[in-house]
Each structure stands twice: as structure tokens, then as C-alpha cells.
Design a binder for this molecule. Structure first.
Ligand code: C5P
Length: 399
């Protein structure tokens, strides 16, 4: 995936630096060349020896290194890279980046280049949440720096919260998203996925059996073709793929708002199993049994149709709007009618009758319905369906 790409990896001074050794291996495994740069702080956590051995390249760690300057000057060092990754990026290193400082090799390299920069912050939760750090992040974002993480969780210092460095696999995905030169490179694509939860009261909800597997696979396949993917997901069982922008929602109404906020996009794929109705008399407090023995009566109102809303936009409509039709009978006729009714360009129809094992399963058997007619695809893994669909989307956008 990354053959022929050169990554300059700057390792700052944090305990997460040990994970960057794994990142070097992952990047190399994808075919990238990795030039490691170790800050003075970073060298307290990992050694130049292990880094150099894993990268198979000289490790750069000093600004005033006459031998290194004679071989490759520090300006050339940062400009020859396709991407600069800072992992871990400490609060101090980000502060120096945001301030335009050049007081060590890492900050000088970052200042002396217009190569894209990806930062994986790692620090104590209070340092992360401190207004000074947040100010620096906003500045770096305004300067075009991209971020991956931090994650939330337990920290080496025993505290809990945001500040853990993103896992190496997630950093790799972010690198791939930035360096991929696939047919969808630079294009923004939206995918909805998973079920929605419609509350009955504060503790109960109505849901459906969608696992989110097909939507996650489609997002990953579009990402692999180079797209910038916004993934709007209900509470799904299958986790979102790395390397996409995840927006988590619960209800259909929230999903519609998230979709509208994520537009514009060149293509939008609506793989979510959106509840058709919401409970109009949802209770503000938990419903309780009373002595009468009578069950509560739920009333419903229709949810907004997200697919139809986007497909019928008069301004800013995605060039390609793809819906799904999960049917249990007369799959083709129902799906074709749905395509017309909703105003979408394509419908991916599948038979989810009991016994097919499709809903929640690993395989799918779909019929793609376009303006040109219907194509029956053989039953295959949801990943394969996703790859084939992503390729068709790429071809349609290129046409
Ligand atoms: O539920 P239905 O069969 O109408 O779903 C067909 C398509 O419409 C799917 O792509 C689904 O994601 C989308 N949909 C939606 N909003 C709804 C209902 C369905 O986006 N409220």
C-alpha cells in the first residue's frame, strides 16, 4: 500500500514512544521507507539502536551534526519525505510546533518544510485538557496539521481520560489515508451504518438486528481506494474501521443531523438500518408497572427518511447517492420501486429473509440496481461486496 513512500517519523519524549517501534514495523510492512528522528526526550524512552535496527536507516537526533549535514542536510531531510509523522507528540513539542520554534532537530525539520504533517498526541489527561494545549491544537489544525487520536483510557501514570496515544494500527491507517493514491484520493465520501436506537424511556429503546458489518466494510473499502470517509454510525456491534472520521449517533433524527453536517460529499452510501418509526410518547422517566396490570401504550411517528432527504436535495446533493434495500420478499421489485421512490441513483438490494443468515452474518448476496438495470452478484463475503461496490463508486465518480 505504501510502496515508494517515505515517512519521516519524529519520536517525542513520552512513555508511548515504545509503541512507535511497532509503528516503524507496520509502516515498513506496508512498503514505506522510514527515517527516524529522535528528540532528546524520545531518546530517554527508546534507543537509537533499536529504532535504527527496525527502520534499517540512520537515526537522526541532533541539529548540529556535522557528519549528518555532510550526508543529507536537515532541510533536505524533511523535504524528501512524503509525510512527517510525529508519534508520540508531547504537549511541549506541539507547543513548539504551534509557536514556530526551531530549537532542536525535530522542531527545525517541522518548520523547514511544507510536507504534510500527521501528529499522534500522547500526554497526561490534564495536560491534554489544559487550555494552553487546546489552543496549540487549534493553531496546528488551522496550520493544516492532521491529528490521529488521542484515545481515551487508562494512562501509564494511573489516571484515566483522553491522552493515550492512538494505537500504531490506527496511526498506520491514518498514514494510509493521507498517502494513498487510489482512484478516490482526495474525495470525500459519506457512509451511514448500523442500527438506530429509538428511546421508549430513559433506559429502554427499540432497535434492530443490524450489526453494522456491511457498512463498516464499505467504509474500509472506500478508504482503501484513497477516499476521505465520514462514517456516521448508530450503536453497531462491529467497530468502525480505523482511518475514517467516525460520528456516533443513536437515533434516526441524530443520524440525519450528522449526515447533513458531514455534507458536502461526492458520494453517499446509506447502509444504516434506520428505524422507520420513533416513539412519539417516549417517557421522560422510567416507565413502571402499576397495580392495574395494564401495559403502557406506545405511539409512533415516522422518522425522517435520511436517504430520501439527501437524494432529493436540490443544492449540494452528492453526485452519487446509494441506498440499501433489505427485503424479505419480492426483493427485486421492491428494491426497484424503492429506488424510484427515494430518488437515489443506485440501490443495493439484499434478501434478509430468515434462513439466509445475511443479517448479522459474514456473507451477503446482493443485486445492484442502477439506472441501467439490475445486476445479480454472486453470494460472497461482506468485505468482497464492499470492495466491489467501492470500485464501482470510484468508476462512477471518475466517469
Ligand atoms: O428501511 P428502508 O427499506 O426504507 O431503507 C432503504 C434505504 O433507506 C437504506 O439505504 C436506509 O439506510 C435508508 N433509510 C434512511 N432513513 C430512513 C429509512 C431508511 O436513510 N428513515
Amino acid at each position: 500500500m505504501l510502496a515508494g513512500k517515505r515517512v519521516l517519523l519524529i519520536i517525542g519524549g513520552g512513555i508511548a514512544a515504545y509503541k512507535s517501534l511497532l509503528l516503524v514495523r507496520l509502516l515498513k510492512g506496508q512498503g514505506a521507507a522510514v527515517t527516524p528522528v529522535l528528540t532528546a526526550g524520545g531518546a530517554e524512552f527508546v534507543t537509537a539502536l533499536s529504532l535504527g535496527a527496525l527502520a534499517g536507516e540512520k537515526v537522526h537526533d541532533r541539529l548540529f551534526d556535522l557528519t549528518a549535514e555532510a550526508e543529507m542536510g536537515h532541510i533536505e531531510l524533511s523535504r524528501s519525505a512524503d509525510l512527517i509523522v510525529v508519534a508520540p507528540a508531547t504537549a511541549d513539542l506541539m507547543a513548539r510546533m504551534a509557536g514556530g520554534r526551531a530549537d532542536d532537530l525535530a522542531s527545525t525539520l517541522l518548520l523547514a518544510t511544507d510536507t504534510p504533517v500527521l501528529v499522534a498526541p500522547a500526554m497526561n489527561v490534564r495536560m491534554w485538557l489544559h487550555p494552553a494545549t487546546q489552543r496549540n491544537i487549534a493553531q496546528l489544525q488551522a496550520d493544516g496539521v492532521r491529528f490521529v487520536g488521542p484515545d481515551e483510557g487508562e494512562m501509564a501514570c494511573g489516571e484515566f481520560g483522553p491522552g493515550r496515544m492512538a494505537e500504531p494500527e490506527a496511526i498506520l491507517e491514518a498514514v494510509r489515508a493521507l498517502l494513498a493514491d487510489g482512484p478516490l484520493a482526495g474525495r470525500h465520501v459519506l457512509v451511514t451504518s448500523g442500527p438506530t436506537h429509538e428511546p421508549i424511556d430513559p433506559v429502554r429503546y427499540i432497535a434492530n438486528r443490524s450489526s453494522g458489518a456491511q457498512g463498516a466494510a464499505i467504509a474500509a473499502a472506500l478508504r482503501d481506494l484513497g477516499a476521505r470517509v465520514t462514517f456516521v454510525t448508530g450503536p453497531a456491534v462491529v467497530p468502525p474501521p480505523p482511518g475514517v472520521t467516525v460520528v456516533r449517533v443513536e437515533t434516526a433524527v441524530q443520524m440525519l443531523a450528522a449526515v447533513q453536517a458531514a455534507l458536502p460529499a461526492e458520494a453517499a452510501v446509506f447502509a444504516a438500518a434506520v428505524a422507520d418509526w420513533q416513539v412519539s410518547n417516549a417517557a421522560g422517566q422510567k416507565l413502571k408497572k402499576d397495580r392495574s396490570g395494564k401495559a403502557p401504550r406506545l405511539e409512533f411517528v415516522e422518522n425522517p427518511d435520511i436517504l430520501a432527504t439527501v437524494a432529493k436535495m436540490t443544492m449540494g446533493r452528492p453526485r452519487l447517492v446509494v441506498g440499501f434495500a433489505a427485503e424479505t420478499e419480492q426483493v427485486f421489485d421492491n428494491a426497484a420501486a424503492k429506488r424510484a421512490r427515494k430518488g437515489c441513483d443506485w440501490i443495493v438490494a439484499n434478501d434478509v429473509s430468515p434462513g439466509t443468515g445475511i443479517m448479522g452474518g459474514a456473507e451477503n448476496a446482493v443485486t445492484l440496481i442502477t439506472g441501467a438495470g439490475a445486476e445479480v452478484w454472486p453470494r460472497m463475503g461482506k468485505d468482497a461486496v464492499a470492495r466491489q461496490l467501492a470500485e464501482r463508486i470510484a468508476a462512477a465518480l471518475q466517469a
